[in-house]
Design a protein around this ligand. Structure first.
Ligand SMILES: [Zn+2]
Ligand SMILES: [Zn+2]
Length: 447
């Protein structure tokens, strides 16, 4: 059976709008909409009906009635009216219940909801009530249709095309700024705004600031006497200092900070800084001037934190920087106090005995409350020292990500082996620590 005969059989049995008839042949003829396919088929059937009419009035009239009434097709109705037949077109499309006639109304509603947000692209999704898809499936089974597409696909595409016309924004399938889900049961709309990711590097120029928000240990963030009602262990963090201006500018609701590792609260982060990605949830604005944002953050931070190289990013980078922080090389500058004065020759041992050495570190006492208690093996790539006075040194230590520097110096009561303390055979204490370099590539030192 050819397409036209098939379409005629379908229309004899079912009332279908242009879209729903055309969709059964969606795989035929590229560059056409299903509405165009449906209209074209109905037009051909109307011409055929009119042609039959002269030779076989009954057959012609029957076909024209089918197209006019079951196909809601005005040109066929017009021919029947011209020969004196009074007919009325009634009812709804049996599959879509005339959803397509509400296309513009729905799209305008979506566009108005989206007016609250700044976005560069979007994606439309829809929920089709089961009764609708079941009807379409049954029709395809009955008539052996193998050239159709899903109603959902057509709705998403058609609403998307119209939304592009109204808003000037394009559909984006991989990473849309905004996802609109249309429920075809009640035409309600839900909007999911994808987070805005901004990456960059930060310096921490003041000690005593944690990298991320740290909820009060006693009240877990609710606010208590210990934390003075703030719910926090520390009044500020690198995260909050950076996120506050960004939340204000983007109108976002919440932020999440992802750093490529973290430094101790009392350590500064110097050099070229540490990579981070700031995730802003539900942003109202996303086309922001990042150079201007950088200035705003750096002014707001009052010299405690500095950001640079801001750029728009995505969630893949979050994964990348987390993975990278485990393997990247870090260089530290530590101010070390020794209990006893150590002769120069012995200090040289630090270079010879630590360079290239694998350090075994049982989880430091100070972090056992948040880290699994196990022995980690981390490599030291380079050690250098400068004598400051009789019992103080400045140590430059380059090591594998995750190496605990304070414990490498003190030995942590034998939990870290070897250590500066064990090599020099005297108590050693880290008074001050700065991170001076975080390498971004996989370490070249690794054998
Ligand atoms: Zn329909
Ligand atoms: Zn508290």
């Amino acid at each position: 059976m050819g397409l036209i005969d098939q379409a005629m059989e379908i229309l004899k049995a079912h009332k279908l709008c242009d879209n729903c008839l055309g969709r059964q042949f969606a795989l035929l003829g590229t560059g056409l909409s299903n509405e165009e396919r449906g209209r074209s088929i109905k037009t051909v059937l109307t011409l055929m009906g009119h042609e039959f009419f002269a030779k076989d009035k009954v057959r012609g009239e029957s076909l024209l009635r089918t197209v006019a009434i079951n196909g809601f097709f005005a040109p066929a109705l017009g021919i029947l009216q011209s020969i004196g037949l009074e007919l009325r077109i009634e009812g709804k499309c049996e599959i879509c219940e005339n959803i397509f006639s509400k296309k513009e109304e729905i799209t305008r509603k979506i566009a108005s909801e989206l007016g609250k947000y700044e976005f560069n692209n979007f994606l439309i999704g829809s929920k089709v009530p089961p009764r609708i898809s079941e009807k379409e499936d049954a029709l395809r089974a009955t008539f052996g249709i193998s050239t159709g597409e899903a109603l959902k696909a057509e709705i998403n595409r058609e609403i998307g095309k119209m939304l592009t016309v109204i808003t000037g924004k394009k559909a984006e399938f991989n990473r849309p700024d905004i996802l609109v889900v249309l429920d075809l049961e009640d035409f309600s709309i839900s909007i999911e705004v994808n987070p805005l990711h901004i990456s960059g590097r930060y310096l921490k120029l003041k000690r005593g600031i944690p990298q991320t928000k740290w909820p009060c240990r006693q009240c877990r963030g609710k606010g208590c006497e210990r934390c003075g009602g703030t719910g926090k262990m520390y009044q500020e963090s690198v995260e909050e200092i950076i996120a506050k201006p960004v939340l204000e500018i983007t109108g976002g609701e919440e932020s999440k900070f992802h750093g490529a590792g973290r430094e101790d609260i009392d350590a500064r982060m110097l050099g070229s800084g540490r990579r981070f990605v700031l995730e802003i949830k539900n942003p109202k604005k996303r086309n922001i001037d990042l150079k201007e944002l950088e200035n705003i953050i750096n002014t707001y931070s009052e010299g405690k934190v500095k950001v640079m190289d801001l750029s728009f990013s995505n969630k893949d980078e979050v994964r990348n920087i987390k993975a990278m922080s485990q393997i990247s090389t870090k260089t530290y500058c530590a101010l070390v106090e020794l209990k006893d004065q150590v002769p120069l020759e012995k200090l040289e041992l630090l270079k010879t005995k630590l360079t290239g050495e694998i350090i075994h570190q049982q989880t430091p006492k100070r972090v056992t409350h948040r880290r699994a208690n196990l022995v980690r093996a981390k490599k030291v790539y380079r050690v250098d020292y400068k004598i400051l006075d009789s019992n103080r040194l400045e140590l430059i230590i380059e090591g594998q990500g995750g190496l605990y520097i304070k414990e490498l110096i003190s030995g942590d009561e034998g939990r870290t082996k070897p250590s500066v303390s064990s090599i020099l055979n005297t108590e050693a204490k880290c008074l001050q620590l700065d991170v001076i370099k975080v390498d971004e590539k996989h370490s070249e030192h690794q054998a």
